[in-house]
Design a protein around this ligand. Structure first.
Ligand code: ADP
Length: 506
């Protein structure tokens, strides 16, 4: 095992890697921007190196500075986390060229899966089904129209270099195709510096089901089952779970084999994820491969008992995977809610400010992977995901109940968060029935983000009574009433009665 690893990330995933290092007896080195000088990941690491000013382009994306820091402190490996430099082929290569180990797949595998069009070609060659569409970038709108006629509308324009739902446009009619192509190309150029856009058939009503794979340097490639990530807004995941209500052991084995075949075809090692769309009759289509640890990895860890981040480090250090595929089966159910600094009641507008108070849920089956604490400043420089709340229980209904309970315990003061939205989802009967697909949330967004219903009358009366009693105690003006007024006065003065009347309970 390595003696020292540099963690090239921030927030919850940096802490996650630092924790894995500590459990393995590996010293960790954090990197940070000026804005993160007091961040938890900086404090928890054994050492920390300042990279530069707050903007990512001057700090967390400075591959050269990160590699120089790793050399200077004597780290042997670099863990990139997710986002930032994690899927940049040049970074993986530069780390290797500097004589360090990149904790992830080889640069060549990142390149092979880095473009969605190249990944589609590779999957087709490996016999993995893909969504009908092109495997090369569109030349112009005329070509897009020809292809769309062939597959039928609706179609989906996608940036070949895409990620995070950027550069994607659903097109329902021919006349909308040319303007949608131009805007997808513009967005792709701005986001990825590459305006290649291709077209896929837009599949209506599928689930997003992805397969976690893990491969070592000794020829073993395993899959760790599926995660269902259908609860999405604007093609971005909000809630993930493992396993999926839609996946039988037989389907799991088939999807797992398809993922392993695609990963092998790319010369893949370390942890990765093959994303699929699964339609209602059990047909599945490869979308892309994410060549890094994913945000939602904890749900797989909780149902398989396999520590993915530790295994990333062990594999990178040359260890063999000791598991047999048949022994990896999901046990119980895990759900993850992404806690973001966004206001669901206000179109998920990003919210900034200082976390004035944080109370983290605990108790049986609850895991908090967070990057914030009381006093943390939430800025627009970085991703709005503050933390992940994960719950495990023996079955899905109990996992939902446990998540609901944990969300009720969670208190974050100072910034708006997605907490109340998640509470509404956990209370929703369609979600509880598992009747979800990738367009489900968009359809239900209005009722799931409406202001939360006020607590029922009795609860309100109790709250009002406590508040009033507290005020009375503070002002110490509790004067005994004469018997003559007792009846009328108590009717007026008793807070229980006041609120009860307003609530129509009396
Ligand atoms: P990104 O890399 O930007 O996240 P993906 O290819 O992973 O893009 O797709 C993101 C999401 O968009 C998927 O999870 C799914 O919900 C939706 N999506 C992608 N391709 C299709 C398709 N062909 N039909 C319908 N929905 C799709």
């Amino acid at each position: 095992m390595f003696a020292k690893v540099l963690v090239a990330n921030r927030g919850e995933i940096a802490l996650r890697v630092i924790r894995a290092c500590r459990e393995l007896g590996v010293a960790s080195v954090a990197v940070y921007s000026e804005a993160d000088a007091r961040a938890p990941h900086v404090r928890e690491a054994d050492e920390a190196v300042l990279l530069g000013p707050a903007p990512s382009s001057e700090s967390y994306l400075r591959g050269d500075a990160i590699i120089a820091a790793a050399k200077r402190v004597g780290a042997e490996a670099v863990h990139p986390g997710y986002g930032f430099l994690s899927e940049r082929e040049w970074f993986a290569r530069a780390v290797r060229d500097a004589g360090l180990v990149f904790v992830g797949p080889p640069a060549e595998a990142i390149a092979a899966m880095g473009s969605k069009t190249a990944a589609r070609e590779l999957a087709i060659a490996a016999g993995t089904p893909v969504v009908p569409g092109t495997t090369t970038a569109l030349r112009d709108a005329a070509e897009a129209e020809d292809v769309a006629e062939r597959f039928g509308y609706p179609v989906l324009l996608k940036a070949a270099a895409g990620g995070g739902g950027k550069g994607m446009r659903v097109v329902h009619r021919r006349e909308d195709l040319a303007p949608a192509l131009a805007s997808a190309q513009r967005e792709a150029r701005n986001a990825f510096g590459d305006d290649a856009v291709y077209v896929e058939k837009y599949i209506v009503g599928p689930r997003h089901v992805e397969i976690q794979v893990l491969g070592d340097h000794h020829g073993t490639m395993l899959h760790l089952g599926e995660r269902e990530c259908s609860v999405q807004r604007r093609h971005q995941k909000m809630i993930e779970e493992a396993p999926s209500v839609a996946v039988s052991p037989e389907l799991r084995a088939r999807m797992g084999a398809a993922a392993v075949a695609a990963a092998r075809a790319a010369g893949y090692t370390n942890a990765g994820t093959c994303e699929f769309l699964l339609d209602s009759d059990g047909a599945f289509y490869f979308l892309e491969m994410n060549t890094r640890i994913q945000v939602e990895h904890p749900v797989t860890e909780l149902v398989t008992g396999i520590d993915l981040v530790q295994w990333q480090l062990r594999i990178a250090a040359g260890e063999r995977l000791p598991f047999a595929q048949e022994t990896i089966t999901p046990r119980g159910w895990a759900i993850e809610c992404r806690i973001t600094s966004e206001d669901p009641a206000n179109g998920f507008l990003p919210s900034t400010g200082q976390v004035q108070y944080l109370h983290v849920p605990a108790g049986p089956g609850v895991r908090w992977d967070g990057g914030i604490e009381t006093g943390s400043e939430i800025t627009l420089h970085y991703d709005p995901m503050l933390a992940k709340l994960i719950a495990w229980a023996p079955d899905r209904a109990q996992a939902i109940a446990r998540m609901h309970r944990a969300l009720l315990e969670l208190t974050i003061e100072g910034v708006d968060t997605s907490r109340d939205f998640h509470l509404r989802v956990m209370e929703d009967s369609e979600f509880r029935d598992g009747a979800i697909e990738i367009q489900w949330l968009e359809r239900r967004l209005a009722d799931l983000t409406a202001a939360p219903p006020p607590p029922d009358g009795v609860l309100r009366a109790a709250i009002a009574a406590v508040l009033l009693a507290e005020r009375e105690r503070k002002t110490r003006r509790v004067t005994p009433r004469s018997d003559a007024h007792a009846g009328a006065a108590s009717e007026v003065a008793t807070p229980w009665l006041q609120v009860a009347r307003r609530e129509g309970l009396r």
